[in-house]
Structures are given as C-alpha cells and as structure tokens.
Design a protein around this ligand. Structure first.
Ligand code: GDP
Length: 297
C-alpha cells in the first residue's frame, strides 16, 4: 500500500507524544526530527521538508491552548493540519464552463496513465455528476493510443472523436468541440500526445492546442511511483503550460509518497484526482484531509 513506510514511522512518533500531559520544547524538537527523517525517507522534496518541519515546530511550541485536547493531542493536531495544508488544504473542484462544453485537456508523459485517466475521468463525470462527456483522440503519433481510447469509449459507451493519425491535433481538438456542441455533449476530454521525456516539440504542440481551444482545465497526469521525477515533470509542464491541476496515478502501488506530498508545494497546483488502480472506476477525488488521516492513522 502507498505511504506504508511513512505511515508506520509517523504513527510511531505520534504514539510517543500522544499521551503526554505536558509537552516540552525538547519533546517537540525530538518529534520534528523524526518527522523530518520520515519525510525525507519517503522521498519528499528536501526544501518542502525543511519548510514543513519549521512550521510545525513554530506552531507546536507557540501553540494556542485548547482545553478539550491534551498537549500531546494538540501537537498531533498541528501535524495533521500542516500535512493537510501541504497536500492542498481544501479539496478542489472541477471547472464547469459558462457555456458547454467544458473542455479538459489531459497532458503528461507516456506511460503516466493519461489515456486510462481520460476514460476514468469521463466515467466519474457521468456517474457522479450526471455529465455527458466526449473523448478526443489527439495523440496522432501512436495509432495504439487512438485504439486504446476507442476501446475505452466502447467499454464506457461514450463517443470518441478521432480523425486518425494524419490530422493536426489542433484541428482535431477544434472539430471535436464543434461536434460536441452539435451533439450536446457537455464535457470534452482531450487525450494529447505524450513522450518518454519532456521535450520542446511536445510542449510546442500542447501550447498550440491550449492557445486554440482555451481549455477550462489542463490536467497533468503524473505517476506517483516515480517520486521526485514526478515532481520535476510537474514543474516543467507547469512552467510551460500553466496547468490547472494534477492527477496522481498509481497511488494503489507501493509509492513512498514523495510526489503526493511535494507537488502542491513545489508547483502550487492542486492534486485534483488520484488513480487507485487500473480499472475505469478507480479514480477518486483527492482529499488532502483524508490522505493526511490515512498517513497519520
Ligand atoms: P499513457 O501513455 O500516459 O496514456 O498511459 P496509459 O493510460 O496507457 O497507462 C499506462 C499503464 O498504467 C497502463 O497499464 C495502465 O493500466 C496503468 N495505470 C494507469 N493508471 C493507473 C493507476 O492508477 N493504478 C495502476 N495500478 N495502474 C495504472
């Protein structure tokens, strides 16, 4: 399970401080030292760890006294609040265009789970919000990617717009949106091309699509299993495209948690959804508070 090592370590630390009727500055120092090590071991970005630990230390030492909680519990509350804040605070919602269709552009490296997530997101929008999405195959470099999306469309019984591999992705996106308007589809989810690494051609193409269709959301799909690489990828996509949110996939794997805990702090973009498996119903809204509770027990 994801975060197992981190959860084990933090829960041990917390148990030690929980019952304390009096928490000294020394106790707080020891606790934050353990928290720091646990986060670093979970592959959380170094600077993120440093700022995080500084904040909990300041708050835990100068904490407001709440009569309903023991001092130990108050320190834990500080850690829980800060961990929630680190992962984005409030759960963030998905955009809705004033005039349909709402256009969502999916971007990310090859293998991150972009095409699968396109299908999962469409499924979620229909099931949870009663929406009527259309999928768009704009990865013209890999016929397999188009086939994959068409297969997902069949499974979901949803329309997939494709012009094969000869058309230009910008034209595909524009025509798809026109078609969605005619057919009263209220969401258009564009599956764009990915590469193995971030490169200029890819960014140029994505920027052109963005400039033309002016999407309501740009979701960057990153693989949680790749740890700090996921954070670096998120940083460079965000610099060039100004994404609106992140989807973290493969959180069902045994990721140490570094990506989940660093992305918001490094990019200032919220994690909106988490992929929890390969199946089409295994995408969840990302709840920072619930995730913090899962980690802290
Ligand atoms: P793309 O190249 O970015 O479009 O990636 P794909 O959508 O083809 O996904 C790559 C692989 O990751 C596939 O085998 C997916 O089934 C798998 N995958 C995607 N999301 C998840 C997830 O949340 N959990 C797990 N375990 N596998 C996933």
């Amino acid at each position: 399970m994801a975060f197992e090592g981190l959860a084990d370590r933090l829960q041990g630390t917390i148990q030690r401080i929980k019952g304390k009727g009096k928490v000294t500055e020394q106790d707080v120092k020891e606790m934050t030292r353990e928290v720091r090590l646990a986060l670093l071991e979970a592959d959380v970005n170094f600077k993120v760890v440093k700022d995080f630990v500084k904040r909990i230390r300041e708050r835990a030492i100068g904490q407001e006294v709440m009569e309903s909680l023991t001092p130990g519990q108050q320190v834990i509350k500080v850690v829980r609040d800060e961990l929630t804040e680190l992962m984005g605070g409030e759960q963030s919602k998905i955009a809705v265009a004033d005039r349909p269709p709402t256009v969502i552009m999916m971007v990310g490296l090859q293998g991150a789970g972009k095409t699968t997530t396109t299908g999962k997101l469409a499924n979620l929008l229909r099931k949870k919000y009663n929406r009527n999405p259309m999928l768009v195959a704009a990865d013209v470099y890999r016929p397999a990617a188009i086939n994959q999306l068409e297969t997902l469309g069949k499974q979901l019984n949803m329309p997939v717009f494709s012009l094969g591999t000869e058309a230009n992705p910008v034209d595909i996106a524009n025509q798809a949106i026109e078609k969605a308007k005619e057919d009263h589809q209220d969401y258009v989810i564009i599956d764009t091309a990915g590469r193995l690494h971030v490169d200029n051609d890819l960014m140029d193409e994505l920027q052109q699509i963005k400039a033309n269709v002016q999407p309501d959301e740009i979701f960057l799909v990153v693989d949680a299993m790749t740890g700090q690489d996921a954070v670096n990828v998120a940083e460079s996509f965000n610099e060039q495209l100004e994404v609106s949110g992140v989807v973290l996939t493969k959180l069902d794997g045994d990721t140490r948690g570094g990506a989940a805990l660093s992305i918001k702090a490094v990019t200032d973009k919220p994690i909106k959804f988490a992929g929890m498996g390969e199946k089409l119903d295994e995408l969840e809204a990302f709840h920072p508070e619930r995730m913090a509770s899962r980690i802290l027990g």
